[in-house]
Design a protein around this ligand. Structure first.
Ligand code: ADP
Ligand code: MG
Length: 330
């Protein structure tokens, strides 16, 4: 068993290198000279792989693949990885289940505690958990929902969904009654107003260091391509309260939307780094670096402030020799 000394130089593997969340983490952490970055993805064409030097790129199975956590653990042992930063939803539960085995092998996960993952990856559990601390839209299991008792339209969505998949707007009680019931679905009050994402940074004990609300002004294929941070005490407090109540650590993304009366209400929580993190970093809170510091036991500021700033994003080309892609795929 390797004894991790996280105060010294560390080797950090970031998964999902093809996605904007991983790219944002890689860009942020490469400024720390004590960090060696290893980029991982299931696809040799994942752009973020090529932000790491050739020897530090690795292909791993999909998070949903049987044995994902074991294969990644063996890779971590072979590549002497001290810390894994997962950025893909499907990887979170399998990694959490294998957390003790990773720890025994000397690899730490930048991942919220199991209880927090249970509460945030299940939208019904989240609504129940946070109902007393923030405004939560009425949320019920599909089977338990009496169609006559709702104000329409309502949202029907998976309890454990992600990526806006399988979400529908149901316009009437008749339509809800005629829909196919499933244990995996929830019915939720429709929130018609402005949507916000609050990026929240907490230390490893769950103390909230920063909560940065932002608006997604333009979204392309689920990725925020234009946005801005907003100073709004109410939204900051919702983000912080939800993180405290669910016990989340490191970086989490709390999504809210204004209800019919204009009050912000909780939509869902992503217990991992979000894709639009560069905006939060630019606003003054370098969440990947601070979260890594927290995991490494480095001193953390009690609070970090931010400013209002806007972001636009565009694609940037990187040219690589064909052999480099073949080498990753081999
Ligand atoms: N109750 C709701 N009212 C209004 N819009 C909603 C509601 N629930 C979900 N949506 C819309 O669907 C999107 C995805 O829903 P969300 O709960 O965030 O699930 P996912 O895990 O798929 O991201 C939200 O960003 C929002 O635009
Ligand atoms: Mg969402």
């Amino acid at each position: 068993m390797r004894r991790p000394d996280l105060a010294g130089p560390v080797r950090v593997l970031v998964t999902g290198a093809g996605g904007p969340a991983a790219v944002s983490v890689l860009k942020s952490l490469r400024a720390d000279p004590s960090v060696t970055l290893i980029a991982a993805d299931m696809d040799p064409w994942a752009a973020g792989l090529y932000l790491a030097p050739a020897a530090n790129r690795t292909l791993i199975p999909a998070g949903l693949a049987a044995g994902f956590a074991d294969v990644l653990l063996q890779r971590c042992i072979a590549m002497k990885i001290d810390i894994v930063i997962p950025t893909v939803d499907a990887e979170l539960r399998p990694l959490a289940a294998a957390r003790a085995r990773y720890a025994r092998a000397g690899t730490q996960l930048l991942l919220a505690p199991d209880r927090s993952l249970g509460l945030t990856l299940d939208k019904l559990a989240l609504a129940r958990c946070c109902a007393d601390v923030v405004r939560v839209p009425r949320t019920e299991a599909f089977g338990a929902a009496d169609p006559g008792s709702w104000t329409y339209p309502v949202i029907v969505k998976p309890r454990t969904g992600s990526g806006s998949r399988d979400i529908s707007l149901v316009e009437s009680a008749a339509e809800l009654a005629a829909s196919t019931s499933s244990e995996d679905l929830i019915v939720q009050e429709f929130l018609p107003g402005q949507e916000y994402s609050v990026d929240v940074l907490a230390d490893r004990r769950g103390h909230v260091v920063a909560a940065v609300p932002r608006v997604r002004e333009k979204v392309d294929s689920g990725v925020s391509v234009a946005g801005r941070t907003v100073r709004d005490r109410e939204l900051e407090q919702i983000g912080a309260a939800v993180v405290r109540c669910t016990g989340l650590t490191y970086v989490a993304n709390v999504q809210c939307r204004r209800d019919r009366a204009g009050r912000p209400a909780l939509l869902e929580v992503n217990p991992r780094v979000p894709g639009a993190l560069p905006l939060t970093v630019a606003a003054g809170v370098d969440m990947p670096r601070l979260a890594l510091d927290a995991l490494r036991g480095r001193a953390m500021p009690a609070h970090v402030d931010f400013r209002e700033v806007a972001m636009v994003r565009f694609l940037e080309e990187r040219f690589i020799e064909l052999g480099e892609v073949r080498r990753v795929a081999a």
